[in-house]
Design a protein around this ligand. Structure first.
Ligand code: JFZ
Length: 434
């Protein structure tokens, strides 16, 4: 909070996020009662569904095919290194056995602590685990916007916030976060969502919440939405972040044009969260799935700008990840298996973006992601005299570095890895032009 804490808190943030930023690729899982109406996770708000009319989904909820071990295998096979599950979304339904509410999965027909099973299964596959927790709560009677059993939800505008009542909600919210941080072992990520209007920062009693969080799980990393939303915001973008500004920025459905930097132009940790179709929660009518090729390109784009990609799946009411998502993830995984070295532990190359694709880099290894169909050899602009050898990353085969400036090739979407750029002796375009 204070000016003097800025530098050391940024150092601590750098330290905490180091492993996270090496991982680069994670799975977001939006799952809850809204999988039954299957019209997205905002359905209760968008359609102004009363608590009364939303209640049947609670009574019916019974995801018999929920098998988080399968989810974990899917994520791992896709090349993902971590996963974040919605422990509670805006509708207030808890996928964990909270002592502070009856509105939880253990009280439904399924009777299971879905969060606990998720955590155990993903950890068993060697993946890091995170929980999404909604700051908004359309079910809690003291959260502004609450609608009673017989009436549609009130609009924010129509509800005058009562500070005493809101404090009751905050006790509940803090209590649930404490439960998640106390009863479920080591968590790697806490993903709060989200701040809006005057409900931001200290309105959530954010300093208090963060002190609890850091004391219970010192290594956990936190997104920036105790202050911001999907469009950004908050002091994480300054050189003097607060204790609740978070460890990473969370641009939503966008990959920022030049990555994410603070006001001094310093790169800050960030993770773009992106849906596979056009919804977070399961939406039966939404068949607009991205192709594996698009996903790979978006992942490369994030890494080339020092960011992570948190790719979403929305399992259905039975507990299964949609077939279309599984197919895309399997294809992405096949690519990752052969080309993952150009993603994990990689970041910005410090070179201009080439016409034919993107560079990523890890130490003295430069990865050239050939994303355009090439006519003839590609031009390694900006690398004059610095490339020692070129290999196809997928199979290790030699690529011919041709004079004066090209690498010969190429299979479409092939990838080139370079070693020790400084040892390359061929003249390259910048030299040729002079
Ligand atoms: C939020 C949720 O509302 C959404 O359901 C999903 O969970 C997503 C990952 O996060 O979406 C937001 C949050 C904040 C903004 C926009 C969408 N915002 O501030 O612009």
């Amino acid at each position: 909070m204070s000016g003097s804490s800025g530098a050391s808190s940024i150092e601590q943030r750098t330290e905490r996020t180091r492993g996270f930023l090496r991982d680069r690729f994670g799975m977001f899982i939006h799952w809850g009662l809204y999988a039954i109406p299957a019209r997205g996770e905002w359905v209760r708000s968008v359609e102004r569904i009363s608590a009364w009319d939303y209640q049947p989904y609670f009574e019916e909820f019974n995801p018999e095919r929920y098998d988080p071990k399968e989810w974990a295998k899917t994520a791992k096979a896709a090349g993902m290194k971590y996963a974040v599950l919605t422990a509670k979304h805006h509708d207030g339904f808890c996928l964990f056995d909270s002592e502070l509410t009856d509105y939880k999965s253990t009280n439904t027909k399924c009777g299971r602590d879905l969060v606990r099973e998720f955590l155990e299964a993903f950890r068993a596959e060697g993946l890091k685990v995170g929980l999404y927790y909604s700051l908004l709560d359309w079910h809690h009677p003291d959260y502004p916007g609450y609608g009673d059993r017989h009436h549609p939800m009130r609009d924010d505008e129509a509800y005058k916030r009562d500070p005493a009542r809101f404090d009751v909600y905050l006790d509940y919210m803090h209590g649930q976060v404490r439960e998640l941080l106390t009863n479920y072992g080591k968590l790697d990520i806490m993903w709060f969502d989200f701040s809006y209007e005057e409900l931001t920062g200290e309105a959530w009693r954010a300093t208090e919440l963060m002190e609890t969080l850091r004391s219970l799980q010192p290594h956990i990393i936190v997104d920036n939405r105790l202050e911001g939303g999907g469009e950004g915001g908050g002091s994480i973008y300054t050189s003097d972040p607060t204790v609740y500004s978070g460890d990473f920025a969370s641009p939503e459905q966008i990959i920022p044009p030049s990555g994410v930097t603070d006001e001094d132009g310093q790169s800050i940790p960030w993770e773009a969260c992106i849906t596979l179709n056009n919804n977070w929660g399961y939406c039966a009518s939404d068949r607009a799935y991205k192709s594996a090729k698009t996903v790979i390109r978006k992942l490369v784009e994030c890494v080339s700008k020092n960011g992570n990609l948190l790719l979403n799946v929305g399992p259905d009411a039975k507990g299964e990840i949609p077939r279309e998502s599984l197919d895309v993830l399997a294809e992405v995984g096949e690519w990752m298996r052969r080309n993952g070295d150009s993603i994990y532990g990689c970041g910005e190359a410090g070179l201009p973006k080439p016409e034919w694709g993107r560079y990523t880099r890890s130490g003295d290894k430069l990865y050239a992601h050939l994303l355009e169909e090439s006519v003839g050899p590609i031009n390694l602009a900006g690398l004059a005299g610095r490339v020692k050898r070129a290999r196809l990353l997928a199979d290790g085969s030699e690529l011919i570095l041709s004079r004066p400036w090209n690498v010969g090739l190429f299979e479409k979407d092939a990838f080139v890895s370079f070693a020790k750029p400084e040892h390359f002796t061929y003249p390259l375009p910048d030299e040729r032009d002079t």
